[in-house]
Design a binder for this molecule. Structure first.
Ligand code: 3SK
Length: 516
């Protein structure tokens, strides 16, 4: 398996699908987009970017809700050699201000509903360089110089040629968060998504052009990008996109709609929420043949209950933003519930002990991955790049064990990061925000398992002498200052926090207490 010298991932997908121009590639809440329209619109959008003065190699912030314009903007940028920086739509203006300055984006593509937060971010970022702005589905008058994507596409002929890129050239960025410090701009090449489809989407998941894919994970996540763009477009399948939050009701509406998904991609918290919902559709009301799960380890019990109800397996796997998609996975004919399965062929996996040597079966070690879809670097962050990408291996930050049969089982994080509903949350960021409240003296945040075995954030809070504040007020305080998904689901007030002799908070003691 190898790639030619000159390779543009957008052109690769377009050329694979030129024989199915009339087939529906995407279906959002406003209607279908055929493969022919996808290519034409993306190439026109690429022309509009260049006409606005953006140069190949420059970054373009992509802050858009899932809908047909998302793949048009992403692939149009790639086609033109402009580098889309796809960002989470749930963040704050402060977060986007950092990303605008860090990426030095010279243009931004934004959903009308998110334009106000982007404008706020641009004002907060004195060093930002955005010179052109493209708005999808504007909700009112556009700011001076901004263009409606629809009009911009209509005004251009499709770009005649893809940018002259190679498989190792920068193609797009995704931001990845760490327990401390700012999010890291993870740079992926044109070849990387191709590898994820060649190694996982097609051979392991076995997707075909008859599938209708639907991902609860949005396109700006590495998981969602593979599920709803790379994998289905590689085989000519159809993708259902949804702008709203993936609540059980929103997902059920798509499962049972006119275009019934055959493959659903979710995360354990979502599957648990659906199984607990009184609206759970009957087996014959849906057409699912397979589900995929990632983001956090899938408890066996959830997968078994799902299978009992729908007769359909959930294929659990683990991936990362740095490796772009899944590198250890169960597979349709080889599932051991409660484990993450086996290494995906094409990826090497090592579990290393504290001495750096690989651990024996049954022992827990730090997870390292070697494979052709690894990110090129973290942009302008040589220290973190060197820490994470070493000698061709990528350190994941997860702990795992493997058994004598070769199945891998999740054993927690090796850093302090929490994964809540499949999204990283830094306990330090939440603690620092809680401590901004005038009634809070100290706070410590840990992950605690709920009744289903899924991680939820819990804050232990020491109030200042004589100050009264309740848990709901503190939750609201955090939600106002951080992306709302980061707020602690549980808050317990304590008189003091356990500490070492030197005053360091002992989070492990709080975790032990929770397990009693
Ligand atoms: O969370 C995961 O396991 C994952 C899977 C695929 C791509 C990216 C990620 C973070």
């Amino acid at each position: 398996m190898s790639l030619p010298d000159r390779f543009n991932f957008a052109e690769h997908l377009f050329s694979l699908n030129r024989g199915r121009a009339a087939k529906t590639a995407y279906l959002d809440d406003r209607g279908p987009l055929s493969y022919g329209e996808l290519e034409a619109r993306a190439r026109r959008l690429g022309a509009a970017l260049l006409a606005s003065g953006v140069k190949p190699g420059e970054r373009a912030l992509l802050l858009m809700l899932d809908g047909n314009d998302w793949p048009v903007c992403f692939l149009g940028s790639l086609y033109a050699g402009v580098i889309p920086v796809a960002v989470n739509t749930l963040l704050t203006a402060q977060d986007y201000a950092y990303m605008l300055e860090h990426s030095e984006a010279t243009t931004a593509m934004v959903s009308g509903a998110l334009l106000p937060v982007l404008q706020d971010a641009m004002e907060k970022a004195p060093g930002q360089r955005v010179r052109s702005l493209f708005v999808s589905q504007p909700q009112g008058a556009l700011p001076q110089g901004a263009q409606d994507i629809e009009a911009a596409i209509g005004a251009q002929a499709p770009l005649a040629q893809p940018a002259d890129t190679g498989p190792k050239d920068h193609a797009f960025w995704l931001y990845s968060s760490g327990s401390t410090g700012k999010p890291k701009g993870t740079v992926h090449s044109h070849g990387n998504p191709w590898w994820t489809a060649e190694l996982f989407g097609t051979p392991v998941l076995g997707l075909t052009e008859d599938d209708v894919c639907f991902s609860a994970a949005k396109l700006y996540f590495a998981y969602g990008l593979g599920n709803a763009l790379t994998f289905p477009l590689t085989v000519g399948a159809t993708v259902v996109l949804m702008a709203e939050r993936p609540t059980p009701d929103a997902v059920f509406k798509r499962w049972t709609g006119a275009t019934r998904p055959t493959v659903f991609f979710g995360a354990p918290t979502g599957f648990a929420g659906m199984l607990a919902s009184p609206q759970l559709p009957a087996r014959d009301a849906v057409s699912l043949r397979m589900c995929s799960s990632a983001g956090e380890a899938l408890p066996a019990e959830i997968a078994q209950r799902f299978k009992q109800h729908f007769g359909c397996d959930i294929i659990d796997g683990i991936g990362s933003t740095e490796m772009l998609h899944i590198f250890i996975s169960n597979r349709p004919a080889d599932i051991r519930y409660g484990t993450t399965g086996k290494p995906v062929p094409g990826y090497e996996i090592e579990l290393r002990g504290e001495d750096g040597r690989t651990v024996a079966p049954g022992e827990v070690g730090d997870l390292y991955i070697k494979g052709p879809s690894a990110a090129l670097m973290y942009w302008a962050n040589p220290e973190k790049t060197a820490e994470t990408f070493r000698d061709g291996w990528t350190k994941s930050g997860d702990k795992y064990s493997h058994d004598a049969d070769g199945y891998y089982t999740y054993a927690g994080r090796s850093d302090d990061m929490l994964k809540v509903s499949g999204i990283y949350v830094s306990p330090f960021e939440v603690e620092a925000t809680l401590m901004q409240h005038p009634a809070v003296l100290e706070a410590a945040v840990i992950g605690t398992p709920d009744a289903e075995g899924l991680t939820k954030t819990k804050a232990f809070v020491v109030r200042k002498n004589g100050q009264a504040v309740d848990a709901d007020t503190l939750k609201a305080f955090v939600k106002e200052r951080l992306a709302p998904y980061k707020y602690p689901r549980f808050i317990e007030f304590v008189d003091e926090l356990p500490k070492t002799a030197t005053g360091k908070i002992q989070r492990f003691r709080l975790r032990e207490r929770e397990q009693q």
